[in-house]
Design a protein around this ligand. Structure first.
Ligand SMILES: *Cc1c(COP(=O)(O)O)cnc(C)c1O
Length: 480
């Protein structure tokens, strides 16, 4: 692969209708012409199309292959969502347009989308209210922990600690630390939070507990009611990391269980392609007692049906994002929710859980599965048996690339040795799932016989094994 500059041919031009003019410069007023050429490649329109199409095909994507990257929910997202988010009535809005009638009513539709999205997410999760502002899952966590802090400050509570189980997502302790709390880690038991371990560390200084459910092992936390009751006694709040709500949509409402804060990753659960580092949306829902602290602005509805942005929230934690967050992302979530509806959303979760359990059952004889019971949307294999033979989780992940699959998440969660975390998502056919299993079983068999080819993989990719730290930190771009 080469750069477009290498493809430059002196004098070559794009396709222009020659309407009596020989030069593009004939169309441009003389005073606007530059003195020297801009140093752009000289290529035809077709050269450009082929160059960028070729580049796009060097990328791995759900549009081409299976992408079972655990925790990341790399599912197919309907293209209609993109079209809706690209409607000019939305994309051409300026963020400070006048809101109300007399002033032209120029953004009532966008405000209604925000208002409606908050209402739909509140209904799905059983929370009192939502804010769409946070721009990623971890940003939602930070916002949620700031809300917990604001609540305690307002009540005069002296709280300094947040409890995070070791089965929580790695961003949870990071968010609690950034918000100024001391993080207390508790060990899980049999893959889920152990109420006894929680009881041992629970005291009056605990501001809240952050739970990931399903947790990073893909397991449902079975002791939620008991945990909620314990926390209420010390006025500690409950945070639900609902990044992976795609496992329980329409099955369980976080608010009904008694949680005070939840964030959802709209870019995993509700229809935005997830990858490339963004953009995302980590919308946050709260119980009644946290509503006064939500970030500004709030979209409110007047009696005459008009919407406006309300900044008059004296107890608000303030701004967490410029303007209104990643509007395009929650527009896609809005379209996705309305399209799937009350019946489609639970069905998506059922399919995600079914697909994960199908893979788990087909793979359990060949790999260790430390917590081998009905999982939710994902499960974690351990390659300890294969590691003893000489090929580790990383080698297996690399070998899968040669078979045309994206690798699963490896070495996470930390509580499983040689972890391979697999999330098939709800959108793949049984044939695709079977193809993946067959390839993984073939790799396992190869390791039994001779692990050497597996430790040499990948052999079909543009690069083989890299020093992954240096590849990120000391990037040397070579143009051949
Ligand atoms: C992905 C994920 C996050 C973080 O979300 P980002 O948008 O990447 O910041 C948090 N918690 C869980 C459980 C996740 O899967």
């Amino acid at each position: 692969m080469t750069t477009i500059f290498k493809k430059s041919v002196s004098g070559r031009e794009g396709v222009w209708p020659r309407n009596g003019h020989d030069n593009v410069t004939d169309f441009i007023p003389a005073e606007l012409l530059r003195d020297s050429a801009p140093g752009l490649p000289e290529v035809s329109e077709l050269d450009v199309v082929r160059h960028f199409t070729e580049l796009s095909q060097a990328n791995f994507s759900v549009d081409t292959n299976f992408y079972p990257l655990g925790s990341c929910t790399m599912k197919y997202n309907p293209k209609i969502n993109e079209q809706i988010a690209a409607l000019p009535g939305f994309t051409r809005l300026h963020p400070v347009l006048p809101q109300l009638k007399g002033a032209g009513k120029l953004c009532q539709g966008a405000l209604e989308v925000i208002h409606d999205s908050e209402r739909l997410l509140s209904e799905i999760t059983g929370m009192k209210a939502f804010t769409m502002h946070p721009m990623a899952g971890a940003h939602g966590e930070l916002t949620g922990v700031m809300l917990i802090a604001a609540y305690h400050r307002d009540k005069g509570n002296k709280k300094t600690k947040i409890i995070c189980p070791d089965s929580a997502h790695g961003t949870n302790p990071a968010s609690a630390t950034i918000a100024g709390f001391e993080v207390v880690t508790i060990k899980s038991h049999d893959g889920i939070v152990d109420p006894e371990a929680l009881r041992e560390v629970l005291d009056d200084e605990v501001a809240g507990v952050m739970m990931t459910c399903p947790n990073t092992l893909g397991l449902f936390e079975r002791n939620l009611p008991e945990i909620v009751a314990m926390l209420r006694k010390v006025d500690a709040l409950l945070y639900y990391d609902g990044a992976n709500m795609n496992a329980v949509l329409g099955k369980m409402r976080v608010g009904d269980v008694g949680f005070d804060v939840v964030h959802l990753n709209l870019h995993k659960t509700l229809g935005t392609p997830h990858g490339g580092g963004g953009p995302g949306s980590g919308a946050v829902g709260v119980s009644e007692r946290l509503v006064p602290y939500l970030p500004v602005s709030r979209v409110e509805k007047l009696e005459d049906g008009q919407f406006y942005l309300d900044y008059d929230q004296p107890k608000s934690i303030g701004y967490v994002a410029p303007f209104y967050g990643n509007f395009g992302v929650y527009l896609k979530a809005y379209a996705y929710i309305l399209r799937l509806g009350r019946e489609g959303l639970p069905r998506a979760s059922e399919n995600a859980v079914l697909a994960a359990n199908y893979l788990r059952k087909r793979l359990e004889h060949a790999f260790e599965i430390p917590y081998n019971r009905t999982c939710m949307h994902e499960f974690v294999l351990s390659a300890v048996r294969q590691a003893e033979k000489g090929a580790r989780a990383l080698d297996i992940a690399k070998a899968l690339l040669d078979k045309g699959h994206h690798a699963p998440t490896v070495y996470f969660p930390l509580i499983v040795k040689e972890a391979l975390m697999i999330e098939p998502t709800e959108t793949e056919s049984k044939a695709t799932l079977d193809g993946f299993v067959d390839d993984l079983l073939e790799i396992a068999e190869q390791i039994e016989n001779d692990p050497t080819p597996i430790t040499a993989a990948p052999v079909t990719q543009p690069v083989t094994r890299l020093d992954e730290t240096k590849a990120a930190r000391e990037m040397v771009l070579v143009d051949d």
